[in-house]
Design a binder for this molecule. Sequence first.
Ligand code: MN
Length: 492
Amino acid sequence: MSLGEYRRRRRFGVTPEPEPGRRPPVGEERRRFVIQKHDATHIHYDLRLELEGVLRSWACPKCLATPHYRKKLAVQVEDHPLDYIDFEGVIPEGEYGAGKVEIWDRGTYRTSRDPAAALEKGVLTVSLEGEKVRGEFTLVHMKGKGRNWLVLLNKPDELDPDLAREGTAAPMPARVVPMQAYQAPAPFDSGEHLFQIKFDGIRALSYLDGGGSLSIRTRNQKEQAFRYPELANFGKMFLAREMVADGEIVALDERGISRFQLLQARMNLTGAREIKQAAATTPIRYYLFDLLYLNGRDLTGLPLARRLQILERIFIPHKYLRRTESIAGEGEAFFRAARELGLEGIMAKRRTAPYRQRRSRDWLKIKAVQEQEFVIGGFTEPRGSRTHFGALLLGYYDGGRLVYAGHVGSGFSEEALARLHALMLPLETAGKPFAAPPAANERTHWIRPELVAQVKFSEWTQEGVLRQPVFLSLRQDKRARDVVREEKSIAV
Ligand code: MN
């Protein structure tokens, strides 16, 4: 084996990759392997097997092997030095293989015969024992295809024997009722909880069966898979044969924040062509945050923290399929960061809790955004190009007095401005409805306090007015008299 080609392609001192050294090889009986995720021109996975003092290497365009995708192309590349087994870093622009390299999996491998001779013949069977990948694979040289090899997964059912003992044996469920959260009034720190982002999208459970077919269903069991062609290869993105996972489908804004309004453009499309076009302009992401069933085993009785470990083990990162990160302990700091970013809020989940198919206090949602109804007590004149009115003056009742709560000037469509204005004009009155009327910069029209608006906002200020209020809708089902200031409380 020679490292000449490895050396020839690289400028050491420029690339952070290791220069071949003279370290003696680790004993032959415990050979190591690594799979490095390499974000070069294309994302690929580099499989490297320790053998005779070097790392025999293959670049695999797809992840090594998943049960629904048993045959993968592997392009043999130059041998790498043993030190490369620990390499992670960024190869600079302009250098060979420029891009980020990270270790995706590593461990040891066994072979049944002389591996160097087997490679020479073009057929090598290896048993990988990694943190993610465990199973028997055969590398086959494609005759007459130069450096092209195939990686075959030999026994998909034995991919990870440890996982076959998790949870309890059960047939795959046809339907799981999604676990739901109660609301908590404020963020908190807790070693007993894992904190996750609260998404502003559609809750969706996915069911992957042994034949590789996928169903993604909302809370009311409506099929969604056809709507999101981004997830067509879903089944091939897991080291799993059968599974049920829980998550949320979202559309992200330019800052990477999930926005329900963006997703609305995708939610009701049915025509294949429309769907394809929308997928190109407004792609979705599917964030998985729980794993309920895997390869014949019901995992719902396991602690959350364990379910998440298993999910991580079988998960292969993908452009459209993500795994929600969990933050341990530091709920308050995480909440502040979430609020700064403009996120909906956070979830706090008890790490020891099983998955319950109902609403449970083991899951809490802590919203960075609040909403409630307010009485409309007046409106201001429009400014600039604005039509009809500028802002609504809002209040709530406290012991028969209408207390001013601030004004809301955003969230109105052109149509809403016109409709609200038409509803308010007949209510105009000289008398001021508020107990302590606010001073406004613009000319104010007072109206009889009969209309009720639904408004979202980030918080109440010390002075008792709304911060960052946004108009959502008019509430025709609510009586103005019943509108009071709602304290955040745990819903029951
Ligand atoms: Mn590579």
